[in-house]
Design a binder for this molecule. Structure first.
Ligand code: NDP
Length: 246
């Protein structure tokens, strides 16, 4: 299935984890892909090389999501480099957890910059380039729907903001035939939440499927939303969480 042939995608935080899986899946379906990273230079370039080996075009762009100008620059550079931009996946995120009394203004600013301001800035910049059929897919979290553990106030707040952003933007861009959706992953085996981590059994127990997701299972749903098949889906929050929130 090559439904994304001739499309160009930007995936923020595409050096590893869910973002890398999304980048690979979009490329498998025919898209040319740019990924951003902050620290993972080698990993991001490895993802881009892997994609190029499959015959697609790919680029890794250093763009720290704490800085909206860098995010905006990555969007414009992708469009300039590939001549168009069709799909933006706002995936880069920081998983800041702990009792509210221990998370100060610095953690607040960092978390909101990466998880909220960066998707806002990327989406705003993308509007200069997206044409009818364009796609914005935001990556939220199951904890925006169901916050079962203490210590998630800041992270859940940041991810919940994406629900409002997704709905507002979907309404704003509908007349341009651009869809905007939000995917809430559940526990997914990545550096941020390893399936073999100390808290994994407790987390796993909240899922109906009694297991973590592989990052590719999140990427499957994102690539569907990016495709023409999903053209009537907009403003939706879609849980891909193994039943964590039921
Ligand atoms: P990882 O920690 O494995 O990867 C995070 C990615 O985000 C990396 O590519 C990282 O790049 C990038 N990133 C982090 N900070 C910045 C920054 N300041 N600027 C640019 N890029 C940055 O996380 P996951 O793959 O697990 O998470 C991906 C998304 O999915 C996040 O939004 C997360 O909140 C969400 N999510 C994950 C869940 C899970 O269980 N794994 C569950 C629910 C939601 P670099 O390598 O350069 O640091």
């Amino acid at each position: 299935m090559n439904e994304l042939t001739n499309k160009v995608a930007l995936v923020t935080g595409g050096s590893r984890g869910i973002g890398a899986a999304i980048a690979r899946r979009l490329a498998e379906r025919g898209a040319d892909v740019a990924v951003t990273y902050a620290r993972g230079h080698d990993q991001a370039h490895a993802v881009a090389c892997e994609i190029k080996d499959t015959g697609r075009r790919a680029i890794a762009i250093e763009a720290d999501s704490r800085n909206p100008d860098e995010v905006t620059g990555a969007v414009d550079r992708t469009a300039e480099m590939f001549g168009r931009l069709d799909i933006v996946v706002n995936n880069a995120g920081v998983f800041t957890v702990g009792p509210i009394g221990e998370l100060g203004d610095e953690e607040f600013a960092h978390t909101m910059a990466v998880n909220v301001h960066a998707p806002y800035a990327a989406s705003r910049a993308a509007l200069r380039h997206l044409k009818p059929g364009g796609r914005i897919v935001n990556i939220g979290s199951n904890v925006a729907e169901r916050t079962v553990f203490p210590g998630f106030t800041l992270y859940a707040m940041s991810k919940t903001a994406l629900i409002g952003m997704t709905k507002g933007l979907a309404r704003e861009l509908g007349s341009r035939e651009i869809t905007v959706n939000l995917v809430h992953p559940g526990p997914t085996d990545t550096d941020a939440n390893p399936a073999a981590g100390p808290n994994a059994d407790g987390i796993r127990a909240f899922t109906a499927l009694e297991r973590y997701a592989d990052a590719g299972e999140i990427a499957n749903v994102v690539s569907f939303l990016a495709s023409d098949e999903a053209r009537y889906v907009t403003g939706a929050s879609i849980s891909v969480d193994g039943g964590f929130t039921i």
